[in-house]
Design a protein. Structure first.
Length: 476
């Protein structure tokens, strides 16, 4: 692109769409360590963070789900005296890296065009505004080299339980006798690039889940030309396994009764004991479990992803109030892929990774993770997390459910207050007060930088929620 008309641009919005004409073949992003959630988009020569746009810049993704068309919008805003100066000549500012899935010797027509996604995501160059004049289409032909081909892509779903996890040894034939280089495309797990062994170390948080996994194989000398293999992973349900022995039988009924009425041991896992999914352990769970075992009834498979809706496509929309600037805006948090959250702010987009380990949720873009959650917690209970490796060094988190707190139309909420301290890293404590509703996740958040008082620094209130439904397991 170039800006040579004598005007310094202080606002820019570049919404684009990518698609293929007249073909069922698809294209996929190539991770080059860029700024998008999948690392495929590079920003440079002033379009990167801390470049031209001193008031903020960022990428917003639209339907970037591996199914065309794919959409992206770049936004940049600069203050007076800053921005994209005229007279720099033609330069590369944004690079998109894709690979194409098509048979050897075939050709496709790949197109890029301007788009309009509404609001701040419509086409904008500060006046005079040039037109994109698209679409621009390019013929892509796959001619050399012919990539390796998978010879044992799983023909049926892979099935295991959360305790054993998965391991699968992929093989591939290379027509050019090259060195096979295996890689992950989408989904959970890791694959050994040299020998093709895919491993997915599951834990209790994945019980009952189903995933679509795609792996690829290329000639080591031509990494962007490769074959793919997609398969389904089914993790066996653990609903009803109260005592944690990986079985569901009368012993689980006995264990639940003992816990409820005889001061017996806690269930190995709250979600697997709460078989009627009402977020409370009581006699109704005993009755439902008995009906499942002996009368062909059903029980509901749940895990922490249902309380936080951490499944792909789920989202929360918040009204955010920033007291220091007296600004009210909206923030949307969306699960975009396995282990990835997108925080859509009015002026930028931030991606945070998340991991779930034994029903503890770790959220952040790096280690140490920024937030740690646990669900559910009964009013009056508390726990301390110290030096977990996911908090800051020498940090302590005291977390306690204080009392039920109804919020609007959402019933049976409770409030958790946390005090975080990092003795060697911060002069003050960070207090976070969070209100939760089982099945919704976080409904309100207050943040103080220091001792909590009425004038909190920032608050978030849930105004829209798009969950993924829980699953039901029927008896034989």
């Amino acid at each position: 692109m170039f800006n040579d008309d004598g005007f310094t641009r202080q606002n820019v919005s570049i919404p684009l769409t990518f698609y293929i004409i007249g073909s069922d073949y698809n294209f996929y992003p190539v991770n080059v360590g860029g700024y998008s959630s999948n690392g495929s988009i590079e920003l440079m020569n002033g379009f990167e963070p801390d470049g031209f746009w001193d008031l903020g810049s960022g990428l917003t993704e639209f339907d970037c789900d591996g199914i065309q068309p794919e959409g992206i919008c770049y936004n940049g805003t600069a203050s007076t005296g800053s921005g994209w100066s005229s007279g720099l000549g033609i330069q590369t500012y944004i690079t998109f890296n894709f690979r194409f899935s098509q048979p050897y010797g075939n050709e496709i027509l790949f197109c890029i065009d301007s788009a309009g996604y509404g609001g701040d995501y419509d086409w904008l160059f500060e006046e005079p505004s040039p037109a994109f004049q698209g679409p621009y289409c390019y013929t892509v032909m796959y001619w050399y080299p012919q990539p390796p081909v998978f010879t044992n892509c799983p023909p049926v779903p892979l099935v295991s339980n959360y305790a054993n996890g998965f391991q699968y040894d992929f093989n591939a034939y290379s027509p050019d006798y090259g060195i096979n280089d295996f890689n992950m495309v989408t989904g959970p797990g890791t694959i050994n690039s040299a020998n093709g062994v895919w491993t997915f170390n599951t834990d209790i948080s994945e019980a009952g889940d189903v995933y679509i996994v795609t792996v690829g194989v290329a000639d080591a000398g031509h990494p962007n030309e490769y074959d793919t293999c997609s398969f389904t992973v089914n993790i066996a349900s653990a609903a009803g396994d109260v005592n944690g022995d990986m079985k569901v039988n009368i012993l689980d009924v006995v264990a639940l009764i003992s816990y409820l009425y005889r001061d017996g041991a806690r269930p190995a896992h709250f979600y697997h004991a709460n078989v009627d999914a009402d977020w409370t352990l009581n006699l109704l769970d005993v009755i439902q479990l008995l009906n499942y075992l002996y009368k062909g009834g059903s029980i509901i498979e749940r895990n922490i992803k249902d309380d936080y809706a951490l499944r792909k496509g789920s989202y929360w929309k918040y009204e955010r109030f920033r007291r220091d600037e007296n600004i009210t805006d909206t923030v949307t948090v969306t699960v975009t892929d396995y282990g990835m959250l997108r925080y859509q702010y009015p002026d930028t987009t931030i991606f945070r990774q998340f991991d779930i380990i034994n029903e503890m949720i770790y959220i952040g873009s790096y280690t140490p993770f920024e937030f740690v959650y646990d669900m559910p917690v009964t009013v009056g209970e508390k726990w301390i997390v110290q030096d977990t490796g996911y908090y800051m060094i020498d940090s302590v988190a005291l977390i306690q459910a204080l009392y039920d707190l109804p919020v609007g139309y959402i019933e049976d909420n409770y409030k958790i207050i946390r005090k975080l301290s990092a003795e060697q890293l911060a002069p003050v404590d960070l207090y976070r007060e969070e209100w939760f509703a089982p099945g919704y996740g976080m409904v309100r958040l207050h943040i103080w930088n220091g001792e909590p008082i009425d004038d909190y620094d920032e608050s978030w209130d849930l105004i829209q929620y798009g969950p993924v439904s829980v699953k039901s397991a029927a008896g034989d």
